[in-house]
Design a protein around this ligand. Structure first.
Ligand SMILES: [Zn+2]
Length: 109
């Protein structure tokens, strides 16, 4: 059985994420009493052999100063074929290849 420290290290090695704390403060008062601030070190380019690469180009935000990527956290309007950038709140049209997009999953393709 692994120790708690070994468990934390295994998760860091797998995910590439390290937090200053392993428990979230439960209130604003508790947050103000933290001697070490709540922070995260994240390695976005860490190799993850269990995750296959995506075989299509990313959809970018149309605002030139943003260029964020369409992601699961974005708000999507399926009827208007728009997505809202969650960094700059720009409303972006979907590219033509997304014309058939809907809120349901189509498993026929
Ligand atoms: Zn944006």
């Amino acid at each position: 059985m692994a120790t708690y420290e070994e468990f934390i290290q295994q998760n860091e090695d797998r995910d590439g994420i390290r937090f200053t704390w392993n428990v979230w403060p439960s209130s604003r008062i508790e947050t103000t009493r933290l001697v070490v601030p709540l922070a995260c070190l994240y390695q976005p380019l860490k190799e993850r052999p269990d995750l296959p690469p995506i075989q299509y180009e990313p959809v970018l935000c149309t605002r030139n100063t943003c260029r964020a990527i369409l992601n699961p956290m974005c708000q999507v309007d399926y009827r208007a074929k728009l997505w809202v950038c969650n960094f700059c709140f720009q409303r972006n049209p979907f590219p033509p290849q997304y014309a058939a997009i809907s809120s349901s999953i189509n498993l026929q393709n």
